[in-house]
Each structure stands twice: as C-alpha cells, then as structure tokens.
Design a protein around this ligand. Structure first.
Ligand SMILES: Cc1cc2nc3c(=O)[nH]c(=O)nc-3n(C[C@H](O)[C@H](O)[C@H](O)COP(=O)(O)OP(=O)(O)OC[C@H]3O[C@@H](n4cnc5c(N)ncnc54)[C@H](O)[C@@H]3O)c2cc1C
Length: 435
C-alpha cells in the first residue's frame, strides 16, 4: 500500500476551522455497512445509507482527515459540460448527452443538499469559459459550439477583446462561454458534508484500510490496530481504487498540482481591471485551469501526471509551483513573482474513455468513483445513488447513470504505464503554450 498522506499546503483547507474529536480505528468491531473513503462520494453514500437504514451500524473510514483528499483540494468547478472534441456521429452525441445529463443530476443533487442544510460554500452561478491563446483553436470551439447548440446549452463564442475585458488578461485569443457552470469553494462544501453526518454514522479518520477479504459474504477489513468485520462494503476511494484491488483493469490514478495566490491588493487588482469572479478551463486537455476567486485570489492548475508514491515531496511540489508562477505571469505580467500563498497536489482517477465507475462487484461489495477530474457534482450524485443501489433499490437517477458508456478495459503493466506516459507527453506538447 502506497503512503496516503496529504501535504498541508491547500488554502481551501487551511482556511477552514480546525476540527476536533478525531477518532481512529483502534478496536475490533462489527458493522452492517463499511464505507471506505470520506470525500464527496463516501460522505454522500453515508448520508444516504443512514436515511435508508436508520437503525443499522454504519462506519465510514478515511486514511487521512475526512474531505482533505481531492474533495477538499480541487479547483471548484461544478460543471454542466466539459469540452469533448470530435463528436461527429449521432451515437457520440447521445453519449455526450448522457454525460451532460449526469452532470445536471450532479448539480441538482448539490443544490438540494445546499438548500436542505443551509450550506454556505461561495456558490456562484457565474458560468465558465473555455479559452485558448491560440486563435487556431477556434475550430475546436466552433465544433463544440455546434454540439452545445444541438443539446440546447446556452453559450457564446468570445473574441480576444471580449475575453480581455471580462477576465482582465489579454492572454487568451479565443473563448467560449457556457452559462450553466458554477464556481464554489470545495473545502467549505466538503466540510459541510462532514458536519451534517447523521448520528448513526461513525467516522474514523487517519485509519488506512490495509487489506480486505470477502469470506462467505462477510468482509474482513484490516487496519493497523484492529479489524472491522462488515456485512456490506462500499468503496469510495476514487484515485486509490486500484491500490485496493478494485476494478484494476479499468482505472488508474493521476496526480494533479495546483497553487493559489494570496488575495491581490488594491493596486494589483486595479492593474488587471478588477474583474468579477471567473473560471477558465483549457481547450486542450493538458492546458491550465485558472480561476479568479471571490476574494481576488488566482488559482492555477497546470499539471497532470503519473506520480509515485501518492505523497509528493516538498522538492517536487516546489518545481510544480514554479511552473504555476510561470503560468500566472504569462497571463498577468504585472503581478509579482512571490505571490503564491499555497501549492498542493491531489489524486484523481481516470478511466480510458472518460466514463465513470458505478458498480456492484458482488452481492455485498459496491464501488463508485472515477470522475475524470469532474467529481464535485457527480461524486455527490454517485455516492447517494450507490447507497441506494447497494440497498437493493433503484431510482430514476440510477437509470441515467446505467445508460452511460461503460469504462473500457486498460492493458496490463508495463504497457499501461508506457501508454499513459506517451499520451501525457503528447497532450503536453499539444498544449505547450496553454500551461
Ligand atoms: C487539483 C485538483 C483539481 C480538481 N478540480 C476539479 C474541479 O474543478 N471540478 C471537479 O468537479 N472536480 C475536480 N477535481 C476532481 C475532484 O476533486 C474529484 O473527482 C472528487 O473529489 C472525487 O471525490 P471522491 O470522494 O470520490 O474521492 P476523494 O475526494 O479522492 O476521496 C477518496 C478518499 O479515500 C481515502 N482513501 C483512499 N485509500 C484509502 C484506504 N486504503 N483506506 C481508507 N481511506 C482511503 C482518501 O484518503 C480520500 O480522502 C479536481 C481534483 C484535483 C486533485
């Protein structure tokens, strides 16, 4: 088992009040349900299971502090659409429609959660931009625009001047704005999910599931100091599914790194024309995600790589952080170089064809994950729905999820690593100006 431990460098998490009364797995125990992984997926699964089975004993475990994996350290785009070039046939269009139907269900479930529990997570219906510094990428955006029009998504193409005015940087030459995306604070969102965990959910943190085995429909789960025996288990470990032996031929982890500046001061903010909060996603997959936050910080994420072990060393993180400064300076040359407040890494899960995992592995073993970098809404949705599925029930949401294209098979090692690395290098070269 690789080390699962976060750096302490994420502003979203560091801004939250410290939590107390952290419990760890310290004695042998039995339970009805064990959920492994306390990010959006596991927390939502626990919340839903508790509603469905108020009298049952439910345990939720995480290897680190709950919510401090990818769920608390992402870029905060709750997406309605993602840019997928090459939708040329009707079949591909229907696959893309199903994908956006799932995104919409993810947005709906989060809206409901936020309303029900009065959550404040800096939710902003600001929409989002896809933008590129290369005018030639207009072809990709025009094609994307046709797809969006066919599916009825409100959007418009933007010129360099329009982008400069809206974003406060003249870096981008061409862009497309979609109205439906939401920007939020991921740390506040996941903390709210922890805070509202119901009483019949026991949360154990800093407790890594080391080994598990299923014998005669009873699952034995080994932790450092004790064993939990459970009737049913739901794996919600996303980028760590493979390391627990789950769906190993269908998913692989990727490490992303991001940095956030301190809030810009008055002069700095004026120098970039005081833009309203915005979020830009790249046109090329390996380009940078850049956000101007509500409190005038700039967030940038411009790396995605195969990285082992899971925990990135301070030296390696510093190298990525230097890359982030270059990305910021390209867009905002007037800003100083020492403006970055925090840098962090996080693990996501990928499948070959970009489809998610939502499966019954056995009568008593279930899994949800692999959101390919778009897991805020979908993770929350899949968490709730996997709890429903594991309880032997169904829902209209499950019908939509089950209609998606299923993840495709990945080749074994060493071919997988060679293939992924070659693909990442190719994508990086294609996106070289956009990082
Ligand atoms: C830098 C970055 C930017 C991103 N930007 C966006 C974005 O803008 N929009 C978006 O929608 N998504 C984004 N994502 C992806 C999004 O964060 C994930 O899809 C989402 O958090 C997945 O939630 P999850 O609960 O399934 O997994 P996670 O949040 O990864 O939770 C899984 C948990 O499982 C625990 N775990 C793993 N192994 C074990 C074990 N053996 N025992 C016990 N516990 C274990 C981990 O500690 C972890 O807390 C981004 C991710 C990163 C890293």
């Amino acid at each position: 088992m690789n080390l699962i431990e976060n750096d302490q460098g994420c502003t979203w998490i560091n801004q939250l009040p410290a939590r107390s009364c952290i419990q760890t797995v310290s004695k042998n125990e039995d339970c009805d349900w064990l959920i492994v992984g306390a990010g959006y997926t596991g927390l939502s699964a626990a919340r839903k299971l508790s509603q469905l089975h108020p009298k049952k004993k439910i345990i939720l475990v995480d290897a680190q502090l709950a919510g401090e994996g990818a769920s608390g350290r992402n870029s905060g785009y709750l997406v309605d659409t993602t840019l997928n070039d090459g939708f040329t046939s009707n079949k591909e269009l229907s696959n893309y429609k199903n994908k956006t139907d799932i995104y919409q269900l993810g947005i709906d479930v989060l809206k409901k959660f936020i309303k029900e529990y009065q959550v404040s997570c800096d939710w902003n219906n600001s929409g989002k931009f896809f933008a590129s510094s290369k005018y030639a990428d207009k072809i990709i955006l025009q094609k994307f625009s046709e797809t969006l029009s066919k599916l009825g998504f409100e959007h418009n193409l933007l010129s360099k001047d329009e982008l400069t005015e809206r974003l406060g940087t003249s870096f981008y030459s061409i862009g497309l704005y979609t109205k439906g995306g939401i920007l939020l604070n991921p740390g506040k969102l996941v903390r709210a999910m922890i805070d509202v965990l119901p009483n019949n959910v026991i949360l154990y943190e800093n407790s890594t599931l080391l080994k598990w085995k299923n014998t005669k429909n009873i699952i034995y789960c080994k932790f450092k100091d004790a064993t939990i025996i459970t009737k049913k288990i739901i794996f919600c470990t996303n980028g760590f599914l493979k390391s627990l032996g789950i769906k190993i031929n269908y998913n692989f982890p990727l490490t992303l790194t991001a940095s956030m500046t301190r809030p810009l001061n008055e002069n700095e903010f004026k120098s970039i024309k005081e833009p309203r909060e915005w979020g830009v996603l790249p046109v090329k997959p390996m380009g940078a995600t850049v956000r101007m936050t509500k409190d005038r910080r700039i967030l940038i994420r411009n790396t995605a790589e195969v990285y082992k072990p899971f925990k990135m060393s301070a030296v390696e993180l510093k190298k990525r952080s230097t890359n982030h400064i270059i990305g910021i300076k390209k867009r905002f040359p007037t800003l100083p170089e020492d403006i970055i407040e925090s840098s962090w890494s996080g693990i996501v899960s990928r499948t070959r064809n970009g489809s998610q995992i939502f499966d019954k592995i056995n009568d008593n073993i279930y899994v949800a994950g692999c959101y390919n970098g778009s897991g805020i809404g979908v993770g929350t949705l899949f968490g709730e729905q996997i709890a429903i599925k594991a309880s032997g029930e169904t829902s209209s949401e499950i019908n939509v999820i089950d209609a998606r294209q299923k993840p495709t098979w990945l080749p074994p090692q060493p071919f997988l690593s060679i293939g992924i690395k070659a693909r990442l290098i190719y994508e990086r070269l294609k996106a070289n100006t956009e990082t």
